[in-house]
Design a binder for this molecule. Structure first.
Ligand code: ADP
Ligand code: MG
Length: 253
């Protein structure tokens, strides 16, 4: 392996909630320009892992390295400034705001978080630049023609695309998506998969959590399987599909 290609590295990550071990001794690497999936049954520790990587929760032990720097315990706002943007399992948009204003929040985050917060004061030129970035992000996900519509009127599939646009507007190097396909109809899932493929072609790195194995199989480059907080298996989609431990965890549960 060429280590330069590793953008994110998780080593011995652990999270305890009192007596419950939600994530245990988890290690894996994500390579630049790939789509990497973290899959596993409900309660396996996927969202908790995302929270630790993106700075929303501190691990009990273990380290996270991003772009060659140890970022364990770095607050979420600083992770955005460093180039990591994420979405959440439950959609977090402002339904009364327009799509454009929702996405402008993302453009804002990157430049007004961490170090930049104390220095930048927005003037009109900067506001216009944010607007332009937000429009480009909406265009990337196919929602530009609805920029001035209220976000609450969108379908769930479109709301998830909107969240991805908001994350993209922060100009990330890596996107973390927590169950982006959950609750989507078949056609919407296909659209989402096409969008993620386009982003990868454009050089984006994506780490996604998914409960639905079928969604990830045709899309991702590499899969890590979590079960009861532990690393159960890792490999190419075909290897994971044929892995008997994985089949047991999903079907025998
Ligand atoms: P997944 O995303 O794979 O469904 P989670 O990471 O949400 O799993 O949860 C993993 C385990 O940790 C579950 O047993 C869950 O109940 C527990 N858990 C998650 N967050 C907390 C918390 N804040 N306090 C206590 N237990 C939690
Ligand atoms: Mg989850």
């Amino acid at each position: 392996h060429n280590d330069d290609a590793v953008i994110l590295s998780v080593d011995g990550l652990e999270k305890r909630f009192g007596g419950l071990v939600a994530v245990k001794d988890l290690s894996f690497d994500v390579h630049r320009g790939t789509i990497h999936a973290l899959i596993g049954p409900n309660g396996a520790g996927k969202s908790t892992t995302f929270d630790m990587i993106s700075g929303l929760q501190s691990p009990t032990s273990g380290t996270v390295q991003f772009n060659g720097t140890v970022v364990t315990h770095t607050p979420a706002r600083n992770m955005i400034a460093r180039g990591m943007a994420r979405t959440f399992q439950h959609v977090r948009i402002r339904p009364q705001m327009t799509l454009l204003d929702n996405v402008m929040q993302g453009a804002h985050w990157r430049l007004t978080s961490g170090f930049w917060a104390g220095i930048l004061r927005l003037d009109r030129a900067e506001e216009a630049a944010y607007r332009k970035t937000a429009l480009l992000a909406l265009k990337a996900v196919g929602l530009a023609d609805q920029a001035l519509v209220e976000a609450g009127t969108l379908s769930l599939g479109q709301q998830r695309q909107l969240e991805i646009a908001r994350a993209l507007a922060a100009d990330p190097e890596i996107l973390l998506l927590d169950e982006p396909a959950a609750g989507l109809r078949t056609g919407e899932k296909a659209e989402l998969a096409a969008l993620l493929s386009r982003l990868r072609e454009a050089g984006m790195t994506i780490l996604l959590v998914e409960h639905d194995m079928d969604f990830v199989m045709g899309l991702v480059d590499r899969i890590v399987v979590l079960d009861f907080g532990q690393h159960l298996a890792e490999g190419l989609p075909d290897e994971i599909r044929q892995n008997s431990k994985v089949q047991e965890a999903y079907l025998g549960g």
